[in-house]
Write a protein that binds this ligand. Structure first.
Ligand code: 15L
Length: 264
């Protein structure tokens, strides 16, 4: 493709994928509110607040596909969540519609379904149970993607990312961990596949412990290869095992379920 846009390029996942996905397009446009390294070969760097419709329109213009990591990544006061993840998503999809960008990989989150219990196995057709305003905003993003697909044919993979870090940080992450390599493989599939549609995909590695069922998106051909189990001893050594009734053990969304509404 001619130009791939990666939003949130200064964040945890954006930085990782910037370093890995450069071969996918002649030009990779990197966007964030700030905090990005200068443009390298075949890169463009753009500063953009997702709440600013005009800036988002300029950011999207000329792009063939978007990997959208941008937005508020954890629970926050409503004005913050709303600006980045509600208004920001609307601005992004309107820009896609106007400028003819037809494919998006959206970093949704497991917090869209955080109130499911860890002893339940859920697939991508369950009615969401968000665990906070942030989780609600991710459900909104998935629904917006669905509408722009049905109405305008803009294809989106909404990845309900688990815990995407260099390694599992705690006991819950032994189930929710997604390695950077598996995320890269998934994004490549979503951008390569001739017909994507608008699937919701759980973003976790091939962890032995698992409460997410991706069988309905097996057609995508994504085969995660890493397994959090390899880190169990390391996690046991560095983290105290949480009590059996701790949110981190009971709910898929872990501690997010116990968080209150953040005030301004
Ligand atoms: C998320 O959605 C967050 O962006 C990330 O920082 C982690 O908290 C992750 O979920 C998780 O559930 O571990």
């Amino acid at each position: 493709m001619k130009r791939l846009l990666i939003t949130g390029a200064g964040g945890n996942l954006g930085r990782q994928m910037r370093a890995r996905l450069g071969d996918l397009a002649e030009i990779v446009r990197l966007a964030d509110r700030g905090g990005m390294d200068p443009a390298g070969d075949n890169e463009e760097v753009v500063t953009c607040d997702l709440g600013d419709a005009e800036a988002v329109s300029k950011m999207v213009e000329g792009c063939d596909a978007i990997v959208h990591f941008g937005g508020q990544p954890v629970e926050a006061p409503w004005s913050v969540v709303k600006n980045a993840n509600i208004d920001g998503m609307y601005n992004l999809y309107e820009a896609c519609r106007i400028h003819g960008c037809k494919r998006v990989v959206f970093a949704s989150s497991n917090h869209a379904v955080g109130f499911f219990k860890q002893n339940e196995v859920i697939d991508n057709t369950v009615y969401p149970k968000p665990d906070g305003l942030y989780g609600v905003s991710k459900v909104f993003g998935e629904m917006l993607a669905s509408m722009y697909f049905e109405k305008f044919g803009i294809e989106t993979a909404s990845i309900r990312i688990g815990s995407c870090f260099p390694e599992p940080a705690n006991h819950r992450a032994l189930t929710t961990w997604l390695s950077f390599d598996d995320l890269e493989r998934l994004i490549r599939r979503c951008l390569d596949v001739p017909r994507l549609g608008c699937p919701v995909i759980y973003g976790n590695s091939a962890n032995t412990a698992n409460f997410w069922d991706n069988s309905k998106v097996a057609w995508l051909g994504w085969k995660p290869q890493d397994n959090a189990e390899d880190y169990r001893d390391a996690v046991n050594a560095k983290c105290e095992k949480p009590a059996a009734d701790a949110p981190d053990v009971v709910y898929q969304g872990g501690g997010f379920t116990a968080d209150g509404i953040h005030q301004e």
